[in-house]
Write a protein of this length. Sequence first.
Length: 300
Amino acid sequence: MKSNPSTVVAVCWALGAALIFTLVFASGKFVSAQANPMQVVFMRYAGAAVVISLVVLMFHGGFSKVRSTMPVLHVARAVSGVTGELCIIAAPLFIDYEDATAITLTNGVIAMILAVFLLKERAGPKHWCAAMICLAGAMLIARSEAGSAGDGSATLGVGIALFGAMLSGAELFFIKLLTDRERPIVIMLHVNIIAVFMLAAPTIWLWQPLGGASLLWLICIGPLALLGQLCWIRAFQNADAVVVVPVGYASVPIAAVLGFLAFGQSLGPVQALGGLLVVAGGVLLSRLPASQPARPQEAQ
């Protein structure tokens, strides 16, 4: 079974996105107690909105040249993405971090199911097998993490984590839907502008003073997240969601390594085994077709 060039390119872009968003989602850890989750998410989208707006003005002839033909899809993507991200950050306040992480990892499976049933993508047994290998490895790492991120109502925490997983899975689905219909510059501009308008009022209300390294980091995550968005778009342009989405689980072993190097967290044999499973699933996906061929009766 030879590697498919288009699929390999898609996997590489998806790995880049996983690496970048691991750093972005670690922002709360980097800034510690100096910023609340709302500030972190707002700064991410605001910084990206400024950069992408400058790109549009300087290289694309102004905003009139990047109008969308389907604004409703962009709104749906922004609402699901922003709300899902807030839920994923908030869930560990009520339940153990490893439990919240394990629940939110189902977002990839949710995105695959949506792609199969709504976009009619063909996911064969090998696609599902590779996806389950990635998911198993990611959950193995998540479940091996020790400690608790907070206390409170377990039922509420589980509900928030599940809701966040469903929303972030829906966002991946909307990204795939948009990549088939809009230019990357249009996709990136709209999501960031819409997110800024969504978050501006509550962020101002909850704003905490920032300074020093924390402020510098929050300024940098906007352009960094913008690059991550481009990586996801390029990945979906080169392969179906059934190939791209499971590769996102690589963020879990990347996060484990980041925790070991930057925060002094333990990295034991269980995490190593989970990382190997994620890599194995990703390698298998890279050797599958970028899209499944239509069935004979549908191709006629």
